[in-house]
Design a protein around this ligand. Structure first.
Ligand code: HBI
Ligand code: FE
Length: 294
């Protein structure tokens, strides 16, 4: 995520350097219209395909289509639910303040919203990705506990050259994670929640593999930041994810991952538990050389 420029402040060292005022009154009628268009389209796309906890979160936080959310109002409900709060930042922020905020139960959300021309894709996360994608599940205690643990692990990772591995954990859970739900597989990752194209692809395209989440496999699996996933990892529950991450000491895991080759998201390994083998069709047409594997 570090490549983008735009609104990002990637040299900040402290939280104070990152926090801004949301200035809700400054959103234009076009901004509210863009939010409404994205919200209504995504709600239809996600129906029946994402975990119920997500929709419960939308209701708990009273997130609606009509207007861009006002963080002050949203935070009253979010604090009451799990003690988390959303803090306004210009966009992507440097790893240290980012992880520190998560460890403090603060989610840094960008305040800018994409233009109507960027409806289907923009490189950096805007308020629709951050708030519609990430925030509803922060009202769920199990998921919120995982996010806080992720922040704590991030701070430790910075002192043990583990951020690259932890960014993969972020990618395959917080951004593009899938979860079992009474015999079916549903989405919970923010990158699926907030993207029309990715949500359609995950739910309708037979191309991607669905693999059982396994911590070391994910820490070793690279990803492409600007294309659809070749494989998605599925957890049994948020509690199971939290437990697996809490029980496994990360520092020795980084050491053992460092000594082994990066795994491709296209290949299925012998130790993978395959929940659905994809056709890989999508990737046959697009040479992957245009991307850099992270
Ligand atoms: N900053 N505001 C913001 N939001 C993110 O999701 C984010 C970030 N900085 C770094 C980052 N994510 C990732 O590089 C880490 O998850 C590894
Ligand atoms: Fe995100």
């Amino acid at each position: 995520m570090e490549e983008v420029k735009g609104h990002a402040i990637l040299d900040a060292q402290t939280i104070d350097e990152c926090v801004i005022d949301q200035d809700w009154g400054a959103y234009s009628p076009q901004d509210h219209k863009t939010w409404e268009t994205l919200f209504n389209r995504q709600i239809t796309t996600l129906k029946g395909r994402v975990c119920e906890e997500y929709f419960t979160g939308l209701k708990t936080l009273n997130l609606v289509a009509e207007t861009v959310p006002d963080f002050e109002k949203m935070n009253q409900n979010l604090r009451a639910a799990t003690g988390w709060e959303v803090v306004a930042v210009p966009g992507l922020i440097a790893s240290r303040p980012f992880f520190t905020m998560l460890a403090n139960k603060q989610f840094p959300a960008g305040t800018f919203i994409r233009t109507p021309e960027q409806l289907d894709y923009l490189e950096e996360p805007d308020i629709f990705h951050d708030v519609f994608g990430h925030v509803p599940l922060l009202s769920n205690p199990s998921y919120a506990a995982y996010m806080q643990e992720y922040g704590r692990a991030g701070l430790a990772a910075m002192d043990h050259k583990g951020v690259k591995f932890l960014a993969r954990l972020n990618w395959y859970t917080i951004e593009f994670g899938l979860i079992k739900d009474n015999g079916t597989i549903k989405a919970y990752g923010a990158g699926i929640m907030s993207s029309y194209g990715e949500a359609k692809y995950v739910f309708n395209n037979p191309s991607p593999n669905f693999l059982q989440f396994e911590l070391e496999r994910v820490l070793r699996t690279g990803y492409y930041i600007d294309d659809l996933q070749a494989s998605y990892f599925t957890i049994d529950s948020f509690d199971a994810l939290f437990k697996e991450c809490i029980e496994r000491p990360f520092i020795p895991l980084y050491e053992s991952c460092r000594g082994k080759p990066t795994l491709s998201p296209f290949e299925i390994t012998d130790s993978d538990k395959v929940l659905r083998k994809g056709t890989g069709e999508y990737w046959k047409e697009f040479p992957v050389t245009k991307n850099k594997l992270k």
